[in-house]
Design a protein around this ligand. Structure first.
Ligand SMILES: [Zn+2]
Ligand SMILES: [Zn+2]
Length: 280
């Protein structure tokens, strides 16, 4: 198999997921995966997400007694700094937050500081773009390819250089799938800039199963996307696999690996996060 470990799985401690840790751990053993990373959502620094992440961390640490192959991670998404600051000022509540019209594009922030991550026992982080944070109510206006490409580029470059991110998760995922027919609409220079930043900062890039299994991606896109991952690999960037399962964690390698093989991936090319790249 090309894929031997999985660094992006959601447990029941994510608001939108239902896998229990023992289901994940047992499924991993039966799939023959040597290590699996639990990367529950840490979207915002509000009480809801902070409590989810605390519960995830405590449960993974307890499960490690029986299942040492589970690794505690977290999944970040870029958020707007003014919203982060608002939650800090309002005791962990985002209620009543109004995005300022001025000062856009907003500086990017992530939900946890490095110190907070370390005190929770988190060993690595997946950082992944999910939506725009560059302007007020940007979630609503996400259909323009060139505007979105610039914003995804900004976010992904941020994560490629931020010390809190270990793996760039599902690069170029888009909730409205706007470039899922022809990936070449993303300027190649953006891939190169992000690739150089990942490499210089010793970060990993994720091969996420969704691009190869979701009905929304075309065959053409899937091959273009595997070629993109191969180009990153050939630049010297380490590639991990993330199934990103939220429920019913199971083996999907037979669906993903044919695309990877067609782009030149061989056994040994998709790696684990090295022990020296895991915190604590
Ligand atoms: Zn994600
Ligand atoms: Zn995820």
């Amino acid at each position: 198999m090309i894929i031997n470990s999985d660094w992006h799985i959601h447990s029941e401690y994510s608001f939108d997921a239902s896998n229990t840790l023992s289901e994940i751990a047992e499924s991993a053993l039966s799939q023959g995966l040597c290590r699996v990373g639990i990367a529950d959502h840490a979207n915002y620094n509000d009480n809801k997400f902070l409590s989810d992440i605390k519960r995830s961390a405590e449960a993974v640490k307890a499960a490690n007694e029986k299942y040492p192959h589970l690794v505690l991670g977290v999944e970040f998404t870029p958020i707007a700094k003014p919203e982060y600051d608002y939650a800090v000022l309002h005791n962990g509540s985002r209620d009543g937050y109004v995005p300022p019209e001025e000062g856009t594009p907003y500086p990017i922030e992530l939900a946890l500081t490095k110190e907070e991550m370390l005190s929770l026992g988190i060993r690595y982080a997946v950082g992944a773009s999910h939506w725009r944070v560059d302007s007020p109510r940007a979630h609503v206006y996400q259909k323009d390819i060139s505007v979105c490409a610039r914003e995804w580029y900004r976010q992904q470059l941020f994560m490629a250089t931020d010390e809190r991110v270990t793996i760039l998760g599902h690069p170029w995922y888009h909730p409205e799938h706007i470039w899922y027919e022809d990936f070449s609409v993303i300027p190649h220079s953006m891939h190169m800039d992000i690739g150089h930043a990942l490499k210089e900062n010793g970060k990993y890039i994720e091969c996420n199963k969704g691009f190869f299994t979701d009905y929304v991606t075309t065959e053409k896109f899937r091959h273009q996307y595997a070629d993109f991952l191969r180009e990153m690999f050939e630049m010297g960037i380490k590639v991990t696999f993330g199934s990103d399962f939220h429920a019913d964690f199971h083996d999907v390698r037979d669906l993903v690996e044919p695309y990877l093989k067609a782009s030149g991936f061989k056994e040994g090319d998709i790696c684990e996060v090295a022990e020296e790249d895991l915190w604590q």
